[in-house]
Design a protein around this ligand. Structure first.
Ligand code: HDD
Length: 712
């Protein structure tokens, strides 16, 4: 027999996170603290029509155990809304994470562009940035081997400018008509719906091996650029050649680059795989933590500016999005900085609903004829209509300009702003409403265009291997090894032998050693011949050190994280000194202990832990230290997770600091006989500065050939 509910039991919530104190509803936060709901927590719950709700725990039914009544409008509305909470995820770049910030202009660029954002030194423009992976679905893991989107919406005084770039300066294809094929091939195979967020499968490599123009991009995505340590430590690129146009309607070509203030950094592939298990939200958490703790990530916007003469004299076509202009040939010029200083209040409202569109350009910024860019300018508007459900997505605050705007567009789904007054057209006789302005309005650059209508790819786009080779030879030895390992791994997942062979044939046109290493690792019994090349690979392009992550690494440990594994009886002085030294370098420290509650140090003080060892593997940190005690170490060394902590840090070539009592853990982790300059003993506080002074180097890549990781 159902118990009859009294008025008081009905009004009590069953939500364990909500407690009723003095009739005020308080919400318990993730950290256990109590904080108040928005402004007026005493508001009565209402339906979305504003009707007050008396009971939100029970549906209206015929008797306590009877059938539900269709008359229950509150239930119907609540479930109806829930059923419609999702919108289609982006067809590419579905998984993303965004933040607000500002762009500050360094100096006036009025000589080359009339874009308002570049007119005044010190001018600050609000921005919203969304980083993303490309292939995976919304719920996929952050450390997939993939390109990262780097999309910036500048809310300028002359309308929104969207610079929708990637962390890689080239693209897979030269013509937008191939985009659906490329994306279909990269994503899950349509019959089986896997693999998720991976290019390591037949369809992708089949398409790529039949598409020589993608070879330059392949070098980049097989490099560590595709497994960044953090959004904060990666570059961004506008990819295409754009135009700046000045007040005299003169055009200058421009390529956009974002340079992270804290230098470049990626992880190792073996590490990436483990991060995906340990913390699939690794990049999200990193951005969230750094912004909410006041360590605002920063990038410099740099430009490469050039004229038609340079374009004509350059080795490759500046309209070809599979090519770069090396910085050593055309230096980049810093023109401003981007600072991200605020997380969205609501992920869906902002990060999910933000609509980037390459065609959003303010006066003074214009397009080139890059066929990929031209196609993109068509695609992005279309996709927003599908994704956001109607033409009024610019009414959403995240997409609305922050400058005044006036037009006669009206009605449509969810219109929140319609023209007021009688006239919704122009010209009109009533002198009402906005008018166009030839002086202030957007003027398209009057490029001279002439030609026959054809479906043709320019001959100047035909060299597919020279810059792929240039990228490869610009890498350090460790980075070259990683490319070979990545290719080997990906192609080892390809089940159709002819696809593997075709890929090695392409690699032969890039670098013979690379091709033979990969072939050997894949177990080829004979080498294929090189792929047919429309244009033979140029051997004379010089290495560009700017293309190496290692060469563009940080100068110090700033923004990085040291994981300190502690046990009962840890030397409190050593721990304090280490924490202080890392903090002085603007790094952060997280404590890992056998139990998440923490440990008692040798001075009797309680040290709280951030992670228990099972949940805080070393892959989550840039470097690690082991501070244990003689009495606890034997038990600690029996823990597989503690041994993995050390062994992984070692095989991922990280710096490891350890106090003498931790020696048995090094033994059990199997690395005691291989200690090198990256494994540093911390006997007393004076060793700390030597250790912390090394951390800015991030990795001891020289160790790599001696661990399995490097045997590609
Ligand atoms: Fe794209 C999203 C970057 C080629 C069509 N693209 C999208 C996003 C980024 C890029 C960063 C995510 C934006 C966000 O965070 O919401 N896309 C690029 C770059 C490209 C590129 C750097 C080559 C240089 N894209 C490209 C082509 C097409 C598209 C050739 C189609 C012809 N891209 C889209 C899209 C997306 C998109 C389907 C999916 C969701 C969206 O636009 O808003 O329209």
């Amino acid at each position: 027999m159902a118990k009859r509910l009294t008025k008081s039991t009905r009004s009590k919530t069953s939500d364990p996170h909500t407690v009723s104190i003095h009739d005020q509803h308080l919400h318990r936060g993730a950290g256990g603290e109590l904080h108040q709901f928005a402004e007026n927590r005493q508001d009565v719950l209402t339906t979305s029509q504003g009707g007050p709700v008396a009971d939100d725990q029970n549906t209206l039914r015929v008797g306590a155990r009877g059938s539900a009544l269709i008359e229950d409008f509150h239930f119907r509305e609540k479930i109806f809304h829930f059923d419609h909470e999702r919108i289609p995820e982006r067809v590419v770049h579905a998984r993303g994470y965004g933040a607000h910030g500002f762009f500050e202009t360094y100096e006036s660029l009025s000589d080359v562009t009339r874009a308002d954002i570049f007119q005044r030194a010190g001018e600050k423009t609000p921005v919203f940035v969304r980083f993303s992976t490309v292939a995976g679905n919304k719920g996929s893991a952050d450390l997939a081997r993939d390109v990262r989107g780097f999309a910036v919406k500048f809310y300028t005084k002359e309308g929104n400018w969207d610079l929708v770039g990637n962390n890689i300066p080239v693209f897979f294809i030269q013509d937008a008509i191939k985009f659906p094929d490329m994306v279909h091939a990269a994503k899950q195979e349509p019959d089986r719906a896997f693999p998720q967020a991976q290019t390591a499968h037949d369809n992708f490599w089949d398409f790529i091996s039949l598409t020589p123009e993608s070879m330059h991009m392949i070098m980049w995505i097989m490099s560590d650029r595709a497994i960044p340590r953090s959004f904060r430590f990666m570059e961004g690129f506008g990819v295409h050649t754009f135009r700046f146009v000045n007040a005299d309607d003169q055009s200058t070509f421009v390529k956009f680059h974002w340079k992270p203030k804290l230098g470049l950094q990626s992880v190792a592939w073996n590490e990436a795989v483990k991060i995906n298990g340990a913390d699939p939200d690794f990049h999200r958490r990193d951005l969230w933590q750094s912004i909410t703790s006041g360590n605002f990530p920063e990038w410099e916007l740099s430009v490469q500016l050039f004229d038609q003469d340079f374009a004509d004299s350059f080795d490759f076509d500046i309209l070809d999005p599979t090519k770069i202009i090396p910085e050593e040939i055309l230096p980049v010029r810093p023109v401003g900085r981007l600072v991200l200083d605020r997380m969205p209040d609501n992920f869906f409202a902002e990060t999910e609903q933000v609509a980037f569109m390459t065609q959003n350009v303010p006066p003074g910024i214009d397009f080139s004829n890059d066929p990929l860019l031209q196609g993109r300018n068509f695609s992005y508007l279309d996709t927003q209509l599908k994704r956001l459900g109607g033409p009024n997505f610019t009414h959403l605050p995240i997409n609305a300009p922050k400058c005044p705007f006036h037009h006669f567009q009206q009605d449509g789904h969810m219109a929140m702003r319609n023209p007021v007054g009688r006239t919704n057209y122009q010209p009109n006789s009533f002198g009402e409403g906005p008018r166009e302005s030839p002086a202030k309005g957007y003027r398209h650059f009057a490029a001279q265009e002439q030609g026959t209508k054809v479906r043709l790819r320019a001959e100047s786009f035909a060299d597919h291997y020279s810059q792929a080779r240039q990228f490869y030879i610009s890498q350090t030895g460790a980075e070259q090894r990683h490319i070979a390992m990545a290719l080997t791994f990906e192609l080892s997942k390809v089940e159709t032998p002819v696809i593997r062979e075709r890929m090695v044939a392409h690699l032969l046109n890039i670098d013979e050693t690379l091709a033979t290493t990969v072939a050997q690792k894949l177990g080829f019994r004979s080498m294929p011949g090189p792929a047919d090349a429309a244009i033979p690979t140029r051997q004379d392009l010089e290495a560009s050190p700017a293309l190496s992550i290692v060469e563009r690494g940080p100068k110090r440990f700033e923004g990085r994280k040291l994981g300190i594994f502690v046990s009962e009886g840890v030397d409190a002085k050593l721990l304090k000194a280490l924490t202080k030294a890392v903090t002085a370098e603007k790094g952060t420290v997280e404590i890992i202990a056998p139990k998440v509650g923490g440990v008692t140090a040798d001075d009797g003080n309680w040290i709280e832990a951030h992670h228990m060892i099972d949940g805080g593997p070393s892959v989550l940190f840039d470097a690690v230290a082991l501070l244990t005690s003689h009495q606890a170490i034997d038990d600690v060394a029996k823990e597989a997770t503690a041994r993995d902590f050390v062994a992984d840090a070692f095989q991922h070539c990280k710096f490891i600091g350890f106090d003498p009592s931790s020696q048995p853990l090094l033994d059990k982790a199997g690395i005691a006989a291989s200690l090198d300059e990256g494994t540093i003993q911390l006997s007393d506080p004076k060793d700390i500065s030597a250790f912390v002074g090394q951390l800015g180097k991030l990795r001891v890549w020289g160790r790599e050939p001696s661990v399995k990781l490097g045997k590609a």
